[in-house]
Design a protein around this ligand. Sequence first.
Ligand SMILES: Cc1cc2nc3c(=O)[nH]c(=O)nc-3n(C[C@H](O)[C@H](O)[C@H](O)COP(=O)(O)O)c2cc1C
Length: 172
Amino acid sequence: MDFYDLVRNRESVRDYDPDRPVDGVILNRILNAGRLAPSASNRQPWTFLLVSSKDKLEKVRACYNKPWFQQAPHILIIIGDKTKSWIRSYDGYNSIETDLTIAMDHIILAAEYENIGTCWIEAYDPKILSDAISLKENEVIFSITPLGYQNKGYKKLCNKQRKPLEEIVKII
Ligand SMILES: Cc1cc2nc3c(=O)[nH]c(=O)nc-3n(C[C@H](O)[C@H](O)[C@H](O)COP(=O)(O)O)c2cc1C
């Protein structure tokens, strides 16, 4: 698929077929796109936690109470280790959130390429999520996404609402 078509076609999917898990080979390709993402000083301060088992899914699903989220056969959580990420010497800025966000975006675009639906989710309950996966003190999460195919008859919205380029680009 043409890269610009891919970017245009990707949209947040809020419909998942619970009975159609994604093949391991495809999941590996998608996760490998995240592995190849850039990170500050190439620290790669991340772990990609793919939740696919019934008991773990049950625990993690409790963090975000939307019916469609409960249906996803996989939930991906990108965990960062803030002791491993790069820190700017001038002001102590820690690149962890940027690093994890880039990895997630690589994964989400790769999933689109594989016709697998995703949706960035930030509105989860962080306490429920961190308890569900026993997050350690040095670890952080900024976003999660379901991964999965859509139910039969699902149609994309194809209705990107975006500001025009003229409004957001400044050339000086
Ligand atoms: C940082 C971030 C957090 C988001 N959190 C949620 C969320 O908690 N729940 C949800 O349904 N969508 C969430 N979204 C999806 C946005 O609503 C969506 O990306 C935006 O409306 C644009 O639509 P599109 O992704 O279909 O192009 C989030 C997106 C981003 C980038």
